[in-house]
Write a protein that binds this ligand. Structure first.
Ligand code: HEM
Length: 433
């Protein structure tokens, strides 16, 4: 009875308040998932909440789960909501920022970006073994693997992308707090409509200054390219504020997504022991007699990384906005200024593209071209760090699996949204091979 009344109220409300849905039919929810109330109230049938994309992953609503429709929008040159510098960039500014950052992500950069990421991942892995005391152990219980992966991915992007000489046991401090904590606080809180606390503001503004002070001026990395742009004049000039925004975004986008994907891959490989064994055999085949691994073709390891990135798509939504003025010359049926959201989680569970979508089946990705890796989005705004993430993911996993067998007691992985979608806490046991 209560639920019928609520549904009726909801429907009436949704018909009175048309929100931003343009001419499209359908139920409107009371709170937007991104609003303060939508965030505070848990996901329920009448409130989308923060976890709606996971819990309602088979329902499209106004959000599209069609790759065909998504492609039409993602290849459009419209105005977008989420961009390289989310504070300032409109279409033209985004394109300028993308041009600056793209220079750092060509395969040739720094004598081979992939080789650099591979080398740094391997070096950091060995430092981690030493610092954590794992070199002396043969059986290790880790209560939540994200403690390791988050730290790993953050140090790696700081080292490769920002030239920061950070080691495993001395995480840098920004305004008196560890770098990781500063990022988490800033990304989670500073957009709330409450005047933010002093330390959060400090963490945000001090980030770029800290990076500038500590990075090696001789190196050519993402950060140095941005600094050069901020110091130069002309079309590619970047303001201090833009530099701060991009620094934050690169650090955040460059570690959160990869770390969460790694948590989930470790959980899945521990649970599916047969897949773990197959992957281990592949690693054994390519490693040298001393156990050294080089940046190369580890198709099965990469496929596991991609399959898990599909199952737990960290970037839940890609939001686009049609042109304010003419709605793309009237070619689209949406009203000008309408927002379109690609439900990236739903899209990756759409059986039209992924038969038996709930199944963990890494082989779907064997032989897949990079343009088909939809978890990195498609079109001109797709992930700039795709190669970086794949190289880091494959290097980390193959080093780990070469040395350790992974075990887990239950299939605990489930969708949990905290800034981005992940699998929650994954407790794993490592036994030495
Ligand atoms: C598993 C790992 C990753 C996944 C699944 C992923 C996914 C994505 C997706 C779906 C987008 C498009 C978002 C949108 O249009 O709203 C994106 C954009 C972006 N990603 Fe990634 N990403 C990953 C790793 C990385 C890494 C390692 C870096 C940096 C080293 C990075 C940097 C960026 C940046 C800067 C953008 C914005 C590009 C633009 O607006 O033009 N990402 N990523």
């Amino acid at each position: 009875m209560l639920s019928n009344t609520t549904t009726l109220l909801l429907l009436s409300f949704s018909h009175i308040v048309k929100l931003e849905l343009g001419k499209l039919p359908g139920l409107r929810s009371i709170f937007s998932p991104a609003s303060l109330f939508g965030t505070l109230i848990p996901t329920y049938f009448w409130n989308p909440g923060l976890s709606w994309q996971w819990q309602w992953r088979n329902q499209a609503a106004i959000y599209t789960i069609s790759l065909d429709v998504a492609r039409q929008f993602l290849f459009l040159k419209g105005q977008f909501d989420w961009r390289i510098d989310s504070d300032h960039a409109n279409g033209a500014e985004w394109s300028r920022h993308r041009r600056i950052l793209s220079l750092a992500f060509t395969p040739e950069t720094f004598g081979g970006l992939n080789a650099l990421v591979w080398e740094e991942t391997t070096t950091l892995y060995h430092q981690m073994l030493q610092a954590e005391g794992w070199t002396r152990e043969s059986d290790i219980m880790i209560s939540a693997i994200d403690r390791i992966t988050t730290k790993f991915a953050l140090i790696l992007i700081a080292r490769c992308g920002f030239g920061q000489p950070i080691s495993w046991d001395t995480p840098p401090q920004i305004s008196g707090m560890p770098l990781g904590e500063a990022l988490v606080i800033v990304s989670g809180m500073y957009r709330l409509p409450i005047k933010r606390l002093h330390d959060i503001e400090m963490a945000y503004t001090s980030l770029a200054a800290f990076m500038k002070e500590n990075s090696d001026p001789q190196r050519k990395d993402v950060f140095r390219l941005m600094i050069r742009a901020s110091e130069g004049e002309g079309k590619l000039h970047m303001t201090d504020d833009e530099l701060a925004g991009n620094t934050f975004l690169m650090l955040f986008a460059g570690h959160e997504t990869t770390a969460k994907t790694l948590d989930a891959v470790i959980g899945f490989l521990a649970w599916y022991e047969d897949v773990q064994e197959e992957v281990y055999q592949e690693i054994k085949k390519v490693m040298s007699e001393e156990g050294k691994l080089t940046c190369g073709e580890l198709i099965k390891v990469q496929s596991c990384f991609l399959e898990v990135a599909r199952l737990f798509q960290t970037t839940e939504t890609v939001v686009l906005k049609t042109d304010e003025e003419d709605g793309h010359g009237g070619q689209v049926i949406l009203e000008p200024g309408t927002r379109v959201a690609v439900d990236v989680v739903g899209l990756h569970y759409n059986p039209k593209y992924f038969p038996n979508p709930e199944e963990f089946r890494p082989s779907r990705w064997c032989g897949m071209s990079e343009s088909g890796m939809t978890m990195f989005s498609v079109g001109p705004r797709s992930c700039i760090g795709r190669r970086f993430a794949l190289t880091e993911g494959v290097a980390f996993l193959s080093n780990l699996l070469r040395d350790w067998k992974l075990h887990i007691r239950a299939r605990v992985m489930r969708g949990v949204t905290a800034m981005t979608l992940g699998v929650g806490e994954v407790p794993v046991r490592l036994t030495r091979r």
